[in-house]
Design a protein. Structure first.
Length: 392
């Protein structure tokens, strides 16, 4: 059975997501013996776990955690891949994150044949939606939404100095959105300096070593932070020391990391601090623009979900089909040998008999497989069990 356990921006703010993450780890630890396959997905505004479990699991009673199983879990993943579950409807980054989650799980050995098939299908559906609709036309990302928020606070960013902390996927999206803004300077800081250099060169900015962060903070107008650090990068004390008192009320900081990079107490210094929750207004504006395309995407998802559900049902009976095929082939080979022995050595007839028996078996086998697939589609467990007994 497939199970999806998640917390996301639809039901929790960034603080709620951070707290639920710890609870999800505890839940997974309790389920350990029941899990056959597992793929986690973590982004700036969601934490999801896709599991294939051996037996039904007890309900998780937590206001910020959603649990879905079976077809509902599958539908959610397809909607996720299509960009319909994103804060920024139609954004493309989630598709890459789903691909990466699958590859990482394959590498760890936690992705088995069922989740592999499901995630491949999800990626296919995500691509199909983007090809057949305009859901991502002129698409904005969380990164570009952060830049839009900065502009709404600061006004025109022209001639401003912007510091981007983090040169990963989200940091790169922020930096690229800033590249068109005719900034006074764009500075990229990253723990791996080479990555910061590469991104800064691409954008005509400059990179700094992480230990020079305080220096860069001192005269930055906008700071956008998007690292994968498990702790605060900018604490209240650090920011207090780095930014002069007379500049603080002119500085805008936007934290799009999960867990957060910037301590909430930084607000007490007079700095305008925003996080992922503050992007909801921009996200809502984007959602309204894409409603018609979202409806087209929903139709594609419904059609593809039916195909996926049937494929999973067929997969369930594959061992039985394989057993029947093997049994029939054993009988065919045995009886063919007997017939050839009785006929004696007649030139050319051996091949004719082989071809004839193979053709008869294939036709009978095709009919059996068709009936079994039909039974699987209709959840006719009685017929499937009867076949299992017959060919045991």
């Amino acid at each position: 059975m497939i199970l999806n356990i998640r917390v996301d921006h639809k039901i929790a703010d960034i603080e709620g997501i951070e707290k639920a993450d710890k609870i999800l780890d505890e839940v997974l630890d309790e389920l350990k013996g029941n899990i056959k396959e597992h793929i986690p997905i973590k982004t700036c505004n969601r934490i999801e776990h896709y599991l294939i479990v051996k037996a039904p699991t007890p309900a998780i009673n937590h206001p910020n955690i959603i649990t879905e199983e079976g077809q509902n879990a599958l539908k959610h993943l397809l909607r996720l891949a299509a960009g319909l579950e994103s804060m920024i409807i139609g954004e493309d980054q989630i598709l890459g994150q789903i691909k990466e989650a699958r590859l990482a799980a394959l590498k760890r050995g936690s992705c088995g044949p069922i989740l592999d098939m499901i995630f491949n299908k999800a990626v296919h559906v995500g691509q199909m939606v983007r090809n057949r609709t305009q859901i991502n036309k002129g698409s904005i990302s969380i990164g570009s939404a952060a830049v839009e928020l900065a502009e709404s606070v600061q006004g025109d960013l022209k001639c401003k100095k912007v510091l981007v902390i983090g040169a990963g996927e989200m940091g790169a999206l922020v930096a690229r959105a800033l590249a068109e803004k005719q900034l006074r300077a764009i500075v990229v800081a990253n723990r791996t300096y080479d990555r910061a250099v590469k991104l800064a060169e691409e954008l005509g900015g400059y990179a700094i070593q992480f230990d020079k962060l305080d220096e860069a903070l001192s005269d930055a107008d906008v700071v956008i932070s998007a690292t994968a650090a498990p702790h605060y990068i900018l604490t209240h004390e650090r920011v207090k020391k780095a930014i002069p008192v007379e500049r603080r009320d002119t500085v805008t900081m936007i934290d799009i990391a999960n867990p957060r990079d910037i301590e909430e107490k930084v607000k007490e210094l007079g700095i305008k601090l925003f996080n992922i929750d503050d992007l909801r207004g921009i996200a809502e504006k984007n959602r309204r623009k894409r409603e018609k395309e979202a409806q087209k995407a929903e139709q594609i998802i419904e059609e593809e979900l039916e195909l996926l559900v049937n494929s999973l049902k067929y997969k369930k009976i594959e061992p039985l089909i394989s057993k029947i095929r093997k049994k029939m082939e054993e009988i065919r080979v045995r009886e063919t040998k007997k017939a050839i022995k009785k006929l004696g050595k007649i030139e050319g007839e051996e091949k004719i008999i082989e071809d004839l028996t193979r053709s008869i078996v294939n036709k009978i086998f095709h009919d059996i497989v068709s009936r079994l697939r039909e039974a699987a589609e209709k959840d006719d467990e009685e017929l499937i069990k009867a076949c299992e007994k017959l060919f045991n």
